[in-house]
Ligand binder design. Sequence first.
Ligand code: NAP
Length: 305
Amino acid sequence: MADNGLILVTGAAGQLGAVGRTVTGLLLERGLPVRAMVRREDDRATALRAAGAEVVVGDLLEPADVARVVNGCRRVYFGLSVSAGYLEATVLMATVARDVGVHALVNMSQMTVSQMSIQHTTPSRQQRQHWLSEQALAWSGLPVVTLRPTVFLEGFFLPLTGPSVRERGRIELPFGQGKTNPVATADVARVIAAVLADPGPHLGQIYELTGPRSQDLHAVAREYADALHREITYADIPPEAWERELQRAGLPEHLTRHLVTMAALNRANRYDRMADGVERVTGRPPMSVRDFVSLHAEEFGGCRS
Ligand SMILES: NC(=O)c1ccc[n+]([C@@H]2O[C@H](COP(=O)([O-])OP(=O)(O)OC[C@H]3O[C@@H](n4cnc5c(N)ncnc54)[C@H](OP(=O)(O)O)[C@@H]3O)[C@@H](O)[C@H]2O)c1
């Protein structure tokens, strides 16, 4: 069936800076028609509609919903929150996408999958589900583009270091002396928008996405300090204390286990990675920590430089 240009973006509501929401905006800016899938009618749905998207409501775990939202779209961005049903949602999407005859499916995965195999998995059910999701999509025969970003600046560093940086001038994380190279969701979204606008050259590719510099948290803290014009230091806190904090904040158990695994992998220096996916696809280098913190200076309790 011919490609009518309509692009489905799942997980399109999100918080400000979430992947689907940013991708929707970038595609609309390019003048491309977007069907934005949300879970419920709320202010975020209204904003997406006002921006020019066709908004559809549905649950990625409900077969009839997925069939309804995919029908009529030949290009799809697939991603949703870290959640226990991730693999089921992926296999359901693959089943429907095959039935509909989707021409390009952009799958959100994680960089850790690059180091996973039958013998080497991790204790995070989320990471295992991304790994298995990639296998299932490969078996599906669908034209897939796989994105494996490392940890997000918007989705991890902003919410999880913002409060302690604001209140105590400290990044408090149990990352030991491991190096990390976080990527901005804004850059990940630019990659997705570029692929969806012209999927042909990207089909079958796996893009690993990192920021521009792999460094330990002391060096990351120096970038925060440069951006905020005040002293910011890194405190390597005990993993057990951090886990208790996540539990106190009421995070779902699935997400807590995932974050605790991420921290352990950071301590083991498994996030010391450098990849060129952002620049290769978009022609522009990824955002630095300093530029990100500068852009979000108010949320980190400092003045914009
Ligand atoms: N955060 C990181 O550091 C990081 C790093 C690498 C990869 N990733 C991957 O990035 C993805 C998350 O991206 P994000 O930051 O854009 O996520 P997000 O903001 O947490 O979630 C995106 C959207 O998914 C929707 N959603 C959740 N369950 C759904 C369901 N059953 N049906 C329909 N929609 C559903 C949520 O709706 P509501 O808003 O209504 O709840 C939310 O708007 C995950 O695949 C994660 O593994 C994250």
